[in-house]
Design a protein around this ligand. Structure first.
Ligand code: PLP
Length: 406
């Protein structure tokens, strides 16, 4: 008899986006003439930068000719891309990362999901609340989360992000082994200071723990005082893996390219306390289960680091940041407390009521779709996430409509 992995039965039904879709379509049925503005999703809306498109076309042409055709590439990614990343994203900012510590992939979602495979099942995992759901669900699938009681899994240490701590969790009181952090944060849009991040790095060093640092929204940081990489913090090379993505940086959500940094100094321990380098383990995992990102897509990603590409990416991010600034100013003007919206494409709004009630209010009265914070965890209750990923005209109209409503 074929049997299932029963950990999957322990997953909570993921009804957030399907419930949003259901409520939106029911609203549209009742109001066929009303145009709904979607500020709920975390997907980009602007086309790829021209430099990436040119590189993509050129690479496709190479693939069409006998002498320049590429078959399987290195599982870890082509050197041209790994070197461009190491130089531009890390070394130029004083972070000591080399090209061979960078693993190119087709998404930060799969990397943040897969990384837990290389750790023991009985480690203690700390996960933010509210959270990008992938971290929690993949640990549930792996059997690490324990039983669900009153909306929380017994073996997970929840790192609560609340107005009280500025949406940056405090260090856990109990000892944890694996720590997920995400800054600029999805869903709250909060950023972390160098000082607060240093405390996490120190904690990890003192406890032989590991930080999984999701920096998918790093490109939105414009304030130089905010760290863009965890490797800007001394000692982080020994205790942190960082995830980055071209998805939100350069509009690659449909093209797919990301990378994970596993420094050669990062270790985890076997039952006898003997250290094993994570670089080798992740390399083994990737070479076994992954066959690399396509050559044209890696060429498109490398174009992000050309002079032209850099300027285009900057203006792309500027566009969304301008949207975010508009949303933030308007909502504050309407009397709402918000976090995010600067150095981040997300605005986390204190709804002053139940998340879903506020969602319904915005939908019914203004025809604007947001994401109820309660869908991201218990601490998200009472908040909604508004996304700046849309056209400016839509954003302006959405704020006008909300202003006329609340
Ligand atoms: N990490 C965070 C925090 C995200 O919000 C997202 C996408 O929304 C991802 C990772 C996934 O990125 P990718 O498109 O590279 O899979």
């Amino acid at each position: 008899m074929i049997r299932i992995n029963e950990n999957y039965l322990n997953l909570k039904a993921s009804y957030l986006f399907s419930e949003i879709a259901r409520r939106v379509s029911s609203f549209q049925e009742k109001n066929p003439g009303k145009k709904v503005i979607k500020l709920g999703i975390g997907d980009v809306t602007r086309p790829l930068p021209g430099a990436c498109i040119s590189a993509l076309h050129a690479a496709v042409d190479e693939m069409s000719a006998q002498g320049t055709f590429y078959g399987y590439g290195p599982e870890q990614g082509y050197a041209f891309l790994r070197e461009a990343i190491a130089e531009n994203d890390f070394r130029s900012r004083g972070a000591d990362i080399s090209a061979d510590e960078i693993f190119i992939s087709d998404g930060a979602k799969c990397d943040t999901a897969n990384i837990q495979e290389i750790f023991a099942r009985d480690i203690r995992v700390a996960i933010p609340d509210p959270v990008y759901p992938v971290y929690l669900d993949t640990n549930i699938m792996a059997g690490r989360a324990g039983d669900l009681s009153d909306g929380r899994y017994g073996n997970i240490v929840y790192l609560e992000s609340t107005a009280g701590n500025g949406f940056v969790p405090e260090l856990p009181r109990e000892k944890v082994d694996l720590i997920y952090l995400c800054f600029p944060n999805n869903p709250t849009g909060a950023t972390i200071t160098r000082d607060r991040l240093s405390r996490w790095v120190d904690y990890a060093r003192e406890n032989r723990a590991l930080i999984l640092y999701d920096a998918a929204y790093e490109a939105f940081i414009r304030d130089d005082a905010i760290p863009r990489s965890i490797y800007e913090i001394p000692g982080a090379r020994e205790v942190a893996i960082e995830f980055r993505s071209f998805s939100k940086t350069a509009g690659f959500t449909g093209l797919r390219c990301a990378f994970t940094v596993v420094p050669r100094d990062c270790a985890a321990y076997d039952t006898s306390g003997c250290a094993h380098l994570l670089h080798g383990l992740w390399n083994r995992r990737q070479t076994t289960k992954f066959n690399g990102v396509s050559y044209p897509v890696q060429r498109a990603a490398a174009a992000v680091y050309t002079e032209e590409g850099r300027a285009q990416v900057r203006s792309l991010i500027d566009y969304y940041l301008n949207n975010a600034g508009h949303i933030l100013n308007k909502l504050k003007g309407f009397g709402y407390s918000c976090v995010g919206g600067d150095n981040s494409p997300y605005i986390w709004v204190d709804a002053k009521t139940d998340s879903w009630e506020f969602f319904d209010l915005l939908l019914e009265k203004a025809g604007v779709v947001c994401t109820p914070g309660a869908g991201f965890g218990r601490c998200g209750q009472g908040y909604v996430r508004i996304s700046a990923f849309n056209d400016l005209e839509r954003v302006v109209e959405a704020m006008e409509r909300i202003g006329g409503t609340i």
